[in-house]
Design a protein around this ligand. Structure first.
Ligand code: 8IG
Length: 277
């Protein structure tokens, strides 16, 4: 059967994709999902034994592979008693997708049983003292995209009409992360639409608003997870200082180089956290 469209029927689409995932992996229940952002993919190799790996496009509801970044898969990983679902890539708003398509992975993970969602990303740092290569726990976000995956009639099967966001970034999971690595700092993530990096004036604006980091992902996924009642842990890897904070022009290749250099440490961090969730 064709998967229902996540735009019109997000709950049914997530339910169907979760059922397809269970059939394809032979694992009918997962506990924790991890969404791997730019440069974070090597982290998945340290999370445990890969039981199955499936192209995300096989699950239905995801954009075609050429958009997702070729070879985007989802892995089912055994980590002790826990079953981890690792999304080896994500859908971004700036690619032109509807917010419900951006949120489909998180909603699928929740339907697959995940009660905790780890959202990773690469981000620009703008707080004084931040440096490239530093991981930062998200304490909160500012959604500057002007979009939400909750637009339209609310489906009570997913969650409430007016979800509380006070504890969207789970204090429990942040504490757990700091118990694994006490050196972890926390920050507020400003989520922009992209795909340009900010102008220096926009970075100054973000700073005034209270952002410590800027990026182009995560906020809609966090909203979808909070709506669905899942705990969220957000982790940014600072791969560049935001525009105007540094005189150096931003280049995606530098971002990937920083991410590559940090991948092993980030992998160990996420693996250790997931093992305790
Ligand atoms: I990596 O400086 C990365 N992603 N918006 N700004 C925004 N997104 C980013 C940045 C940045 N660095």
């Amino acid at each position: 059967m064709a998967t229902p469209d996540p735009v019109d029927a997000p709950f049914d689409a997530a339910e169907e994709s979760a059922a397809t995932l269970a059939a394809a992996t032979g694992v009918d229940h997962h506990d924790v999902a991890v969404v791997l952002g730019s440069g974070w993919k090597p982290a998945a190799d340290r999370m445990g034994e890969v039981v199955a790996e499936v192209p995300m496009t096989d699950l239905g509801g995801f954009p075609i592979a050429s958009v997702l970044g070729h070879g985007s898969t989802v892995r089912s990983i055994r980590n002790g008693e826990r079953r981890v679902l690792a999304f080896m890539g994500r859908v971004h708003l700036y690619e032109g997708h509807h917010p419900n398509v951006v949120a489909h992975a998180v909603r699928t993970a929740v339907r697959a049983g995940c009660k905790a969602i780890v959202l990773t990303n690469a981000a620009g740092g703008l707080r004084d003292g931040m440096r490239a290569g530093q991981p930062v726990l998200l304490a909160d976000h500012i959604n500057l995209t002007g979009r939400t995956p909750l637009l339209g009639p609310n489906d009570e099967r997913i969650g409430p009409r007016f979800p509380d966001m006070t504890h969207a970034y789970s204090p429990r999971l942040r504490e757990l992360a700091r118990s694994v690595d006490p050196s972890l700092e926390e920050g507020v993530y400003g989520g922009f639409l992209g795909p340009t990096y900010e102008t220096p004036a926009e970075v100054r604006m973000a700073r005034v608003l209270g952002a410590d980091l800027v990026g182009m992902s995560t906020v809609l996924e966090a909203i979808a997870a909070a709506h669905a009642g899942a705990e969220v842990l957000g982790v940014s890897l600072v791969t560049n200082l935001a525009a105007g904070i540094t005189e150096v022009a931003l280049d995606h290749r530098d971002v990937l180089a920083v991410a590559a250099a940090s991948a092993d440490r980030m992998g160990g961090l996420i693996a250790a956290i997931v093992g305790h969730i």
